[in-house]
Design a protein around this ligand. Structure first.
Ligand code: ADP
Length: 408
């Protein structure tokens, strides 16, 4: 079987893709990557980067295609044109499959699924749970199927990894019937990232994958924590939606739920206003006026008290979840930092791990401050709980899960 997978992340007006050769899963090679933008809008275009040859050491060339791309099906036709013109594969028949990222699989999907009409119907049924994301992901699936009816299509869900959570972790303490009627429960997200970095850390530390206790901190623009026991998610910080949990770039994370009601009753905001406030104008942006932590550090160093407080709130919330998950897991073998902030921001890692030597977390300040793109240990030798930085690779995880569904 071919081990070439085209990973698709489809937004409402965009298609991001990456063609991965995973003949050797330890040395995946990106053969091509690209982005179709402004689908259905004026100025739609495709930027395609592909290797000149097929080897991991061959250079990339970039090509651009402009012109009308009215819908996702046309977007896939444009991607096909770009491959035909620039390579490195000319025939999509060489592909094992398309692997589609799908945000919400509800409690229907606890694993990736080979896409057929029934799977599409089940993803449609999850639209009320992710009204912005699932329709966009579906548009990508429908477009790819229409453009390439003979290539297998697999859906990989952000929520699936967390379907192993026990009821005590996923049940909200509200009226049971209302919760059942509206499918209200904790689902969790970033599942492919948590699964990938937890597995990488366990491998690198030579832990027993069936018993290892891992706390993963995915800190990007969106952020979530996860407690992983023996390779299974037992708790995670995002909830029914990705708004819950850690403080994020623009999302509030956990707040008293009554605040949303208070704002409607007292401040005259509509439900949509509150939605926009909590999802787009809160978190670090709400606290310090910027969602990028690099900018917030700069401001803090220049004496901006709001920026300093924002960083403290950010780290404090992570520590709350760290404590909770250490109890849930009954200790931990390793804490893993990943994604934009987790991989690059040594100050945040220092703040999160500060004064935890009593607990068995002893960060190595020098190792922590060293910049690197590699997966690495940043705790002291002999620290009972290791601390690692593991670069996430959601595309690779989607490709691996896609091949697994096909039996490869
Ligand atoms: P997304 O959730 O969009 O995939 P990423 O995982 O790419 O996000 O993370 C993006 C965020 O990572 C940026 O908004 C920024 O806050 C943070 N970031 C990136 N590089 C650095 C850095 N060198 N230092 C601190 N933060 C960084």
């Amino acid at each position: 079987m071919s081990r070439l997978v085209q990973v698709i992340n489809s937004g409402s007006s965009s298609i991001k893709y990456q063609l991965l050769d995973i003949s050797d899963p330890d040395r995946p090679v990106v053969w091509a990557a690209g982005l179709v933008e402004a689908i259905g809008e004026p100025g739609s275009r495709l930027v395609h980067r592909s290797r000149i040859g097929r080897g991991a050491d061959s250079d990339f060339v970039e090509s651009e295609l402009t012109g009308s791309i009215p819908d996702h099906t046309a977007g896939f036709a444009a991607i096909g044109e770009a491959f035909a013109a620039a390579g490195p594969i000319e025939e999509v028949g060489e592909l094992a499959a398309f692997g589609h990222r799908v945000v919400h699989g509800g409690d229907t999907f606890s694993a990736p699924a080979l896409i057929d009409d029934a799977v599409i119907g089940a993803i449609e049924d999850c639209i009320p749970l992710a009204p912005l994301h699932n329709p966009a992901n579906l548009a990508g699936i429908v477009g790819a199927r229409a453009a390439y009816p003979d290539v297998a299509q697999v859906a990989v869900f952000d929520t699936a990894f967390h379907q192993t959570m026990p009821p005590a972790a996923y049940t909200y303490a509200i009226d049971r019937q209302i919760a059942a009627d509206h499918r209200i429960r904790r689902y969790g997200f970033h599942g492919t990232s948590h699964a990938y970095v937890a597995r990488q850390a366990v491998r690198q530390l030579h832990l027993d994958p069936t018993t290892a206790k891992v706390i993963t901190l995915h800190l990007g623009n969106g952020a979530s924590a996860c407690a992983v026991s023996g390779g299974r998610s037992i708790d995670t910080s995002m909830g029914m939606t990705p708004l819950a949990g850690l403080v994020m770039g623009t999302r509030s994370g956990d707040i008293d739920p009554a605040i949303a009601l208070h704002l409607q009753r007292v401040a005259g905001l509509t439900a949509d206003d509150v939605d926009a406030l909590l999802n787009m104008n809160s978190g670090m942006k709400g606290l310090a006026g910027a969602n990028d932590l690099r900018e917030i550090h700069t401001r803090s160093q220049a004496g901006d008290a709001a920026a300093t407080l924002a960083l403290e709130v950010y780290a404090h919330r992570i520590r709350e979840y760290l404590g909770a998950y250490l109890v849930a897991l009954g200790g931990a073998d390793v804490i893993v930092f990943t994604a934009g902030v987790g991989e690059n921001d040594h100050v945040i890692r220092e703040m999160v791990c500060k004064d935890l030597a009593w607990l068995g977390v002893a960060l190595d300040s020098d190792a922590n401050a060293r910049r690197s793109g590699d997966s690495r240990v940043v705790s002291r030798r002999g620290s009972p709980i290791a601390v690692m930085v593991v670069p996430t690779n959601e595309e690779l995880e989607i490709a691996l899960q896609t091949l697994e569904v096909l039996g490869g």
